[in-house]
Write a protein that binds this ligand. Sequence first.
Ligand code: GDP
Ligand code: IMO
Ligand code: MG
Length: 429
Amino acid sequence: MKKNIVILGTQWGDEGKGKIVDSLTQDSAYVVRYQGGHNAGHTLVVNGEKIILHLIPSGILHDNVIGIIANGVVVSPLELMKEIKMLEKRSISINNRLILSHASPLILQYHIDMDVAREKKLGINALGTTGRGIGPAYEDKVARRALRLSDLKDEKKLAIRLEKIVDYYNHQLVSFYHQKSIDYKIILRDLLPTIDFLYDMIQDTTAILHQAIADKKKIVFEGAQGSFLDIDHGTYPYVTSSNSTIGGVITGTGVGPKNLDYILGVTKAYSTRVGYGPFPSELFNNIDKHLSHKGNEFGSTTGRKRRTGWLDTVSLCRAVKINSLSALCITKLDVLDGLDEIKICISYKNNHTSEIIKYPSIDDWENITPIYEIHPGWKKKTLGIKKLEDLPYAARNYISRIEEITQIPIDLISTGPDRFDIIFINSYN
Ligand code: GDP
Ligand code: IMO
Ligand code: MG
């Protein structure tokens, strides 16, 4: 029997999850997004062609795979429709291959306006959100006032509820944020074309997944964001508003932990972060230029330059524990090609007490200095290498050292953006 696998980020997002999901879903029946929204940007490169997905799960390029957007995801019907049309334009039909949870909260224009207005008001204390309305949409869910995908199925009721919610938002937008008010009729007008378009896709995805499990069909769960953007376990308040760690799979789909057979944590061979917040191993020198340029470290969703840093195994070890990872996948090893030396952050020094701390509280991450181990770099190109034995000696040592520190196996190494630029070390099935 094929195992059900979870693929999630162990850093601050953009670890290359999309590429790995695409590579590992070929033989699966379902691929499932379980949290986040169109703040995600997952890049797939197949035959030199690049596709960036924000909401639709990355396995969708395999025409035997059914995509599910489960209840934990906040869905913008307009963005979803755009994305489906973008795929169809590129001859990727999603006909009968995409199912949406009736329980997914909607993202509508007022969430986006609120997100943007708040960031503006915060000024230098802004979080650096993607401006996609993610925070306000999750707030509505928790406050029990959200419109959900199932609400698209009754237009009359939808209009009544929309009017009330828009009224609630207008009070804040106008009085507190001094923004323009919104007319609910315009939101309704824009929403109507999406209703016909999405209507048949809206189903009870939890029941569908339970049936798939009963039928012993393989499911791949695709995480968005990364462990330290998690609302509970991340660098709060510089986080997103969902659980991007393992718990998000369970609450975001209705599939229980016993049905998750293999949890793969994806980590870059170095670190990046978009937006503000603590980043212990951040670099501001020529190495940043190298990583940024060679790794093309610009956000897939907002185009912002990503901050870069060395691999931080203090936070990585924390991610291993939080997510109870089965194994790691190291991506973008090729980006380190050509560096004279490569550093690994192995512990932190408290700036006030000078104490060395191996397992610091996240609240201390802003007041520490990272301590590094220095490893020799390699001059050979690793881009596109598919066999472990073809990697330069120094690169293999680097991988072994990460394995030794984290105490879990590295099952996969990604050596380029293309679907096939991958080294399979241990079998994950
Ligand atoms: P995700 O959000 O985790 O899916 O990652 P993104 O797609 O936002 O960012 C990862 C970027 O790195 C994309 O541009 C990918 O095409 C690229 N990428 C993924 N794996 C590799 C790799 O092993 N090497 C290189 N050079 N690029 C990679
Ligand atoms: P993928 O799935 C990287 C960051 C934003 C901001 C913070 C909160 O591609 O890895 P939000 O709009 O979610 O309220 O923003 O989270 N962020 C991401 N950073 N990759 C992502 O997704 C991200 N999604 C959100 O930059 O700092
Ligand atoms: Mg991304």
